[in-house]
Design a binder for this molecule. Structure first.
Ligand code: TYD
Length: 414
């Protein structure tokens, strides 16, 4: 007997309501920045980390969302300033905004997700009118100590209206590595709409999906990266919310990011870079489902190769240590099933992560000093986006015979 016909209902795009086709299921995953204490593991929350692409607007997005208030809590441990490279980058962004946009004493800049003030502290020290908005009270304390003013909470149409009432409109709204985190992204754009002057700009930086595909950076897919941005999909998205994408440029952050500049329609000239990059994306099929299916096969291969290598090394009696308890490492360890039996601990310089366990797989996180006490035979570099900085710092590890294991774009030892 046949039962009632099962109808498979395609999930709909959060932006345009088009059908979203799933191309990869990375399995049961935790919140990537929720590092439990050893007695807190029962309280961990998991979700199905699945990614798809909208057949209409081509936005790559997750099919299920980890609740925002679970990801970004007061004790959120990520700190922008833990890498010299990121610190220098944000100092440069601050200088650029100060010299090009925030030239009048009355100009106000609002940063969404200002974290520990790596960018805003520099503007605050220059006397620029500013306000950061961030739900992480711990990161905000560091930002305040750097001279930045911070409102602890989420940025949405309600908080944006309150900021405007208190301080007037903002000439610049800036955000780095935050906008793609918000599944209900309309709340952000409605907030920007309430806050921005008629000739102001909304600048946001985020990972670039074309780089993620090209270099197989599959661990950039984790709960916080709800959307993976392409220029074409962002162009359509901002238009839907009543804005215009006027500029886009590549920046060498987190393995490959874009800086998007958005303005009110007609307020700023639209630069050629936008059309040029949309054309490039069409040539490389970055908006097409088949591209992602191929990527998914590659991810499966890398995962299998990594587990095989770590298992061989363990069986041969070699010591492997993880380097950098990144958000990305949550995807790698949980997707591959890598636990303390294969990687006994991960060293990390962030005090808020030390003494805790990695999300989901519960690999202990230890201070950086544990790395050289004694050096392992191999270091699995989870913080590969800081490879140059870290490898320069750890020259002695290699000099005494240690080797790095990298897993992007494929598993290899250097
Ligand atoms: P990062 O790659 O910036 O971010 P994400 O969490 O978005 O994947 O995180 C880098 C992590 O690596 C952070 O926890 C700090 C740590 N780290 C070190 O332990 N040593 C270092 O020299 C650097 C640069 C980072």
């Amino acid at each position: 007997m046949n039962g009632p016909e099962l109808v498979s209902v395609a999930p709909t795009c959060r932006l345009c309501a088009g059908p979203v086709r799933e191309w990869m299921d990375l399995g049961r995953q935790p919140a990537s920045n929720a590092f439990p204490r050893p007695d807190e593991t029962d309280a961990e929350r998991f979700f199905r980390l699945a990614v798809g692409i909208c057949a209409e607007c081509t936005m790559v997005q997750q099919l299920e969302a980890m609740p925002t208030d679970h990801m970004f809590r007061a004790d959120y441990p990520y700190r922008s300033s833990t890498s010299d490279g990121l610190r220098r980058h944000f100092e440069a962004v601050a200088g650029w905004l100060r010299d090009t946009e925030l030239t009048d004493r009355a100009d106000l800049v609002v940063e969404i997700g200002c974290n520990d003030g790596a960018m805003l502290g520099v503007l605050g020290a220059s006397g620029v009118r500013h306000l950061g908005v961030d739900p992480s009270a711990g990161a905000a304390r560091t930002a305040v100590a750097r001279g930045a003013e911070v409102r602890v909470g989420f940025f949405d149409e309600v908080s944006a209206a309150a900021i405007r009432a208190e301080r007037g409109p903002a000439k610049v709204v800036f955000s780095a590595n935050t906008i793609s985190h918000v599944a209900d992204i309309g709340t952000v754009f409605r907030g920007v709409d309430r806050l921005l002057t008629s000739d102001g700009i909304f600048v946001f930086e985020d990972r670039y999906v074309a780089d993620i595909v090209e270099y197989a950076y599959f661990d950039q897919i984790y709960d916080e990266h709800f959307y993976l941005f392409s220029v074409r999909a962002v162009d359509a998205m901002v238009a839907r919310f009543g804005f215009e994408l006027v500029d886009v440029e590549r920046i060498p952050i987190h393995g490959g990011s874009l800086r998007f500049t958005v303005a009110r329609p007609g307020a700023r000239p639209r630069r050629a870079s936008v059309g040029r990059m949309i054309d490039e994306e069409a040539q490389t099929a970055i908006g097409e489902y088949d591209t992602y299916l191929r990527f998914a096969r590659q991810i499966e291969r890398v995962g299998a190769d990594l587990v095989a290598l770590l298992t061989d090394l363990r069986d041969a009696g070699r010591r492997v240590v993880g380097y950098g308890a990144t958000s990305k490492s949550a995807t790698v360890t949980n997707f591959c099933g890598i636990g303390p039996d294969l990687v006994p601990f991960i060293c990390d310089t962030t005090p808020e992560k030390q003494g805790r366990l990695s999300p989901g797989m519960h690999i202990p996180v230890r201070p950086h000093a544990a790395f050289a006490d004694p050096y392992p035979d191999y270091a699995l570099l989870f913080a590969w986006n800081h490879a140059e900085e870290i490898m320069a710092k750890e020259r002695h590890f290699v000099a005494q015979g240690g080797r790095w294991i990298l897993y992007v774009p494929h598993v290899h030892i250097v």
